[in-house]
Design a binder for this molecule. Structure first.
Ligand code: HPA
Length: 291
């Protein structure tokens, strides 16, 4: 009879072990809450109490962002007594990274213990009545990138082969965002986020198509992160900063510098909103788990 042998660790599991091992040498805490801070939205990471920053380049398998406006740090610290990890900057598929590397950061946060994660991004608004600077709680998404981070052999220790996406953006976590916005006097839009590959902005015809499909905002991130987090049973909230009206809705060409400037102009409100959301997350007792 052939000798029994352990199956080799899956590439996903092995990479996560390496990343967690490297982080644990620098920080001992297990963060309960994770936050992903996209284009121009990184300032919140610097407001954590007892901040410890680890550059992505010091975390095995973490690609570093090459895009202007994206730093590349994991930030550890507390908000009102709740232990938090932030991704200050993210990488995108359009930078040429394989999709499993695009989600390495969120998977690492989940493996470190974050059972509740808020994913924030900059997005183009598809509603003519909206304005640059509006904030939108994400209800749901449409993945138009043509790829999933779950393609390939599934690692059953990370998550199931066919994860459910019915309530990918957790209604309770969304309600905490709306309540935090109400407390802070920050009104929130709500809607569906369409994730596209980019890096070019959309044509006006594509924008008309996205509206027909039922989307309210469009961006080049988030959907793969949310799929990977749901795969791991993490509860997710999503928040878009509407940095511009999408092509053809606005009457002038889009410009990345303006997108970033609008995001930066909302950082203070975003910080207030995130603090209110984390306070509610910290007070909740329901652990992460499959739906
Ligand atoms: N389209 C796609 N991604 C974006 C946009 C947009 O208009 N604005 C910010 N990110």
């Amino acid at each position: 009879m052939a000798p029994l042998s352990q199956p080799p660790p899956s590439p996903i599991g092995a990479r996560l072990e390496d990343a967690v091992f490297a982080v644990r040498r620098r920080v001992a805490t297990s963060p309960r809450v994770g936050v992903v801070l996209g284009s121009g939205l990184g300032a919140f990471g610097d407001t954590l109490d007892g901040l410890v920053k680890i550059a992505y380049r010091d975390v095995p398998h973490m690609p570093s962002p090459a895009v202007e406006g994206h730093e590349g740090n994991l930030c550890f610290g507390d908000v009102a007594g709740t232990s938090v990890v932030c991704m200050q900057g993210r990488v995108h598929l359009y930078e040429g990274h394989p999709v499993d590397r695009v989600v390495q950061g969120v998977r690492t946060m989940a493996r470190l213990g974050a059972g509740l994660v808020l994913v924030a991004n900059a997005a183009g608004g598809l509603e003519p009545a909206w304005s640059p600077g509006d904030l939108m709680a994400i209800d749901d998404h449409i993945n138009l990138t043509g790829i999933s981070p779950l393609t390939g052999v599934n690692d059953g220790d990370v998550g199931p082969r066919f994860p459910d996406m019915t309530a990918a953006y957790d209604p309770e976590l969304r309600a905490w965002l709306v309540a935090a916005g109400r407390d802070a006097g920050v009104p929130l839009r709500q809607g569906v986020y369409a994730g596209v590959l980019g890096p070019q902005y959309e044509t006006p015809a594509e924008v008309r198509m996205l509206r027909v499909l039922g989307a309210h905002a469009v961006g080049m991130s988030t959907v793969h992160e949310v799929i990977a987090l749901r795969h791991m049973g993490v509860r997710v909230a999503g928040l878009s900063c509407i940095t511009n009206l999408a092509a053809g809705i606005a009457d002038r060409p889009l410009d990345h510098a303006e997108v970033e400037a609008t995001a930066r102009s909302r950082q203070e409100q975003l910080t207030t909103l995130l603090r209110g959301w984390i306070a509610r997350a910290g007070a909740s007792s329901r652990p992460a788990g499959t739906p």
